[in-house]
Design a protein around this ligand. Structure first.
Ligand code: EPZ
Length: 432
C-alpha cells in the first residue's frame, strides 16, 4: 500500500499547471463512443477514474489508443457489447454515463450500478426518471441497471435537484433521440457545459448548457471530433488552498478564473490575496487566515468538492468558522482525522463548527475519499512535523502526480510504500 509522507511547515512557492477536468473528461469519454467515427480527446488527466473508464470503453469493443499521457484516440464503431459488468467499473461513479451514451446510440444498455466515493447515499432516481421520460424501460436487476427502448423521443424533464450526473446522462441519451428535449433545473457546472460543447462539436444540437434550462434537438447521428477538455476547477482550488494554508505564494496556471470565483471569494474573505490573470491566478498569504462561514451549493455556489479543503484551512485559521454541507449528507468523515492533528471541530448534522487552532501537528491519518484526502494533504503541508496520509488510492482517483506537483512548489512530500521502511527513513533523514 502506498502512502504520502509529508514534512509540514514549508511555504509553497512557484507555479503549478492544472490538468484537464476529471469530471468533464468522464462525461466526454462516455460521449465519445456515441459516434462510429474517430474522436481525439486532448488534455485528459492521467488519473485512475479516467483510466478505468477508458478500460471499460475498450472492453465493450471501442478502439482506444493513448496517443500520449494526456491524449486518447477513440473509435466507437465496433462496439459489440452493451453490457458492462466488470468489477472495476463498480468502483467509479461515472460508469453510469455509459448508460446514457449506449442507450442513446443503441437504444439498449446494461451497466453495473455505480460505486464511487462514499460521501452519501447518492441515488440515481433522476437519471432513471429522465431515461423513462425519453421512452426507455429501466429496471434494476442483479446489481445492474438495464435500460431499453424501441426508440427515444424528446421530452420535457424537470429535475428535482440540479444533479450534475442526471443532467449529463439525460443530455447524452437525448442527443440521439427524436425531437426536442428540455431539461429544467439542469446543473450549471462548468463540466456540464464542457460535455455539451463536446457533443455539439460532434454534431449535436444542444443549447442553454450553463443555464438552468437545456434544450436538445435530437440528431440522427454524430461525427468525429478533436476536443480539448477544460481545466479542472477543483484541482486548481485545491492548490489555491494549499498555497494559502502554508502562507505561500503560488501561481496556479492553466485555469479559467471565472470557474474559480466562489473559491477566490472565500480565500479573499479569509485574508489571502488572489490576483487574477487571463488563464492563471496567484494566491499569496502572508499571515494566519481568518474565519468565515460557507455553505456548499450547486454552481456557481461554493463547490461541495472544495468543502474538505476549506475546512482543513479553517481548522488553523483565527476564530470560529461554520461549514455547512448541503449536497451530500456524509461528507465530514475526514473531520476525525483532522482532530488527530489537533483540530477542534464539532460536526452537528450537516454542519461543522470549527474553532481555529494556532497550529496543527503531524499525525498518521487516512483518506476516506478523494477530496477529503486532498484536504488531509493540505493539513499535513501546513502542520508541524511529519504527517502520513494513508489510503491515497482515493486521492489518485482525481489528482495527477499530486506529490510531484506539490514538491515542485517546494513541499517536502513523497509517495512511499508503507512497507518500505528504508524509504520512509531516507525521507525523514533528507528533510530533517
Ligand atoms: C458529481 O457527482 C461529481 N462526480 C462529484 O464529484 C460532485 O461532488 C457532484 O457532482 C456535485 O458537484 C462526477 O462528476 C463523476 P449530483 P454526482 O448528481 O453527479 C442528489 C469528486 O470528488 N441526487 O450533482 O453524483 C445527490 O444525492 C466527486 O470529484 C439524487 O437525489 O452528483 C446529491 O445530494 C465526488 N438523485 C445531489 O443530488 C439523483 O438521481 C447532487 O448530486 C441524482 C442526484
Amino acid at each position: 500500500m502506498e502512502q504520502y509522507i509529508i514534512k509540514g511547515g514549508k511555504a509553497l512557492a512557484g507555479e503549478v499547471t492544472i490538468g484537464g477536468a476529471k469530471n468533464a473528461a468522464l462525461g466526454i469519454l462516455a460521449a465519445s463512443i456515441m459516434t462510429d467515427e474517430t474522436v481525439v480527446i486532448e488534455n485528459l488527466p492521467d488519473v485512475r477514474d479516467i483510466n478505468v473508464l477508458l478500460q471499460a470503453i475498450e472492453e465493450i469493443g471501442a478502439k482506444v489508443e493513448r496517443v500520449d499521457r494526456h491524449t486518447a484516440k477513440i473509435s466507437g464503431g465496433q462496439i459489440s457489447l452493451v453490457s458492462i459488468e466488470y468489477d472495476f467499473i463498480r468502483k467509479i461513479r461515472a460508469s453510469y454515463y455509459l448508460i446514457g451514451a449506449l442507450l442513446g446510440k443503441y437504444k439498449t444498455a446494461e451497466v453495473a450500478l455505480p460505486g464511487g466515493c462514499n460521501i452519501g447515499s447518492r441515488p440515481i432516481d433522476q437519471h432513471i426518471k429522465g431515461f423513462e421520460a425519453l421512452g426507455a424501460d429501466v429496471k434494476i436487476q442483479h446489481g445492474m441497471i438495464q435500460a431499453n427502448a424501441k426508440k427515444l423521443v424528446g421530452s420535457h424533464i424537470y429535475l428535482d435537484m440540479a444533479s450534475v450526473g442526471a443532467t449529463i446522462n439525460i443530455m447524452l441519451a437525448a442527443t440521439l433521440a427524436e425531437g426536442q428535449t428540455i431539461i429544467e433545473n439542469s446543473a450549471k457546472e462548468p463540466h456540464v457545459v464542457d460535455v455539451a460543447n463536446f457533443l455539439n462539436s460532434m454534431g449535436a444540437n444542444i443549447k442553454g448548457a450553463g443555464t438552468d434550462v437545456i434544450r436538445i434537438k435530437g440528431v440522427s447521428k454524430l461525427h468525429g471530433s478533436t476536443y480539448s477538455i477544460i481545466p479542472d476547477q477543483i484541482e486548481a482550488g485545491t492548490f489555491m488552498f494549499a498555497a494559502a494554508a502554508t502562507k505561500g505564494d503560488v501561481t496556479v496556471k492553466n485555469v479559467i478564473p471565472k470557474h474559480l470565483e466562489a473559491i477566490t471569494a472565500k480565500l479573499v474573505e479569509m485574508g489571502a490575496e488572489v490576483e487574477e490573470f487571463d488563464d492563471s491566478v496567484r494566491v499569496v498569504a502572508t499571515k494566519r487566515l481568518g474565519h468565515t462561514q460557507v455553505k456548499t451549493l450547486p454552481y456557481p455556489g461554493y463547490p461541495t468538492d472544495m468543502q474538505p479543503q476549506i475546512t482543513a484551512v479553517l481548522a488553523m485559521s483565527e476564530g470560529t468558522s461554520i461549514v455547512t454541507e448541503s449536497i451530500f449528507e456524509n461528507r465530514f468523515k475526514y473531520v476525525d482525522e483532522l482532530v488527530k492533528m489537533g483540530a477542534s471541530i464539532k460536526v452537528e448534522g450537516n454542519t461543522a463548527i470549527i474553532d481555529g487552532v494556532k497550529e496543527l501537528t503531524g499525525a498518521i491519518v487516512s483518506a476516506p475519499d478523494l477530496r477529503a484526502g486532498a484536504a488531509l494533504v493540505i493539513a499535513g503541508l501546513a502542520a508541524e512535523g511529519f504527517t502520513v496520509v494513508e489510503q491515497i488510492e482515493y486521492i489518485e482517483r482525481g489528482y495527477e502526480n499530486f506529490e510531484g506537483k506539490m514538491r515542485e512548489l517546494g513541499a517536502s512530500m513523497e509517495k512511499v510504500d508503507a512497507e518500505d521502511e528504508k524509504a520512509i527513513r531516507k525521507f525523514k533523514l533528507k528533510v530533517g
